[in-house]
Every structure is written in structure tokens, then in C-alpha cells.
Write a protein that binds this ligand. Sequence first.
Ligand code: MG
Length: 262
Amino acid sequence: MLALISSTIANSIRRPGIPLMLALVLAVPAWAAAVAFVDEYKSGIPWPEPKVIDPGPIGGPPSDATVLFDGTSLDAWNGAENWLVADGACGPHGKGGLTTKDSFGDVQLHIEFATPAEVKGAGQGRGNSGVYFLGKYEVQVLDSYDNQTYFDGQCGSVYKQKPPLVNACRKPGEWQTYDILFTAPRFDDQGQLLKPAAVTVLHNGVVLHNHFELLGDTAYDRPPAYTPHPPTGPIHLQDHGDRVRFRNIWVRPIVEPELPQK
Ligand code: MG
């Protein structure tokens, strides 16, 4: 537009046949629009004010979190009858996993775990559990302290897809933290994948995955694959037969703000 205006003005000077009025008719609205654009930019994008929350103690839960386990109650879960609650922690004992009653999509999850202090077994048979998002996508829990296994199956791996960037495991029996950001995959109405799932994992405060885009679900016996599903689903804690313990479990949906419509 500016180039057109400039050339029109230049032509009107060089060629008096083109009326100067035409250049002015074009220039005035363009100038007004440019001024309005700059004014709007200077006043800033009209973001809604971020909600004020209480972040709570170190390790949370923040005031807007959904607490899934506070050390006493497993009311938020199906399968609780198969888990033991003692000393502010809960854990499986070979009778089945835990699955949230509620469904979640894009979330921040905090969970603390401890693999058994008494070391038994090796490889995948040592302190094995797992955190599943939408019931399908597993971040591995394993005792990987001085315990070799396949790298995309060690503690903190996206199971059978991606090893952790580092091995940040504490010793068996010590409490450890996972802080996980999970973005659910999106499918269109025909079931075609629009956007893959993605995960960011901090283990004991150390980054293991930085927005890794999953290749599909995390089966142990076949390659990962996507099958269409709703954008939310349950969080699941695996019972792999080992006495892994969990505590301080909370989750926050990640909701992007909506800009006001013009
Ligand atoms: Mg597992």
C-alpha cells in the first residue's frame, strides 16, 4: 500500500495528468490505519489478567490443583481396594493399578515415588511402575539406580520411545519427584491425527524430556501407534508387581487464556 501511495504521488508530480487529489484520497485512510495499528500495539495485547493462586509449600499442591492423593485418601481413584495406604504413602502389591475417576487432558502433574529400599530383581523387574496419561502414554517408573535395562525402558523414559536425557535417579528407597507437563494429542472428526501428544518431564528437578512429541501409545509388544480418542482420559498408575510407593500427587489442567473477541 505504501509503495502504491508513493508511486502515485511521484507520478502525480511527474505527470500532472494524475490528480494529486487521488494520492491524498489513498494516503489519508492508510495513514489513519497505520496510526491506529501503532496505538493498539503500544497499548498492548488485551490479555485477560492471570488468575492469582497460592503456590503452596515447596512441592505443592498449589491452591488451584486437584489433589489426587494427600497421604490418606484414595477416593479420587478406581482400584483403590487393590492398593495399600500406610505412612502417608500408597502403593500397589500385585493386584492391579490405580486409575483416576476423573479425566484429564493437557496437565501439569506432580507425583513423588520411592522404589523399594530392599533391592530385588534386575532390569525391568526392579521397582517397576509407571505414570500413564489418558490411560495410554507411559512415563516409566523404575529403579534405575545402578540397574541396567534397555535405555528407552529405564526410569524416566517415554516407554519404548525415548530414553531420558540423563539418569537422575536417587537410591532405592529414597523419595523422588516427577513434574510432568503432558499435552494430549488431537484428532479431527475423521480420526486423523491433527497434533501428536507431547511431554516434558522433570525428575528430581532435572529435565529428562523437553516437549518430546510422542510417536503413539506406549505398548511393550508392538511399535507405538495412534488410535483416535477423546482429548481427555484418566491418569493411571501401573502395578507391575513391585512395591513402589507414591505420595503427594496433584494435577492442574493447563488452560490457555482466550483473547476477547474484537
Ligand atoms: Mg512401567
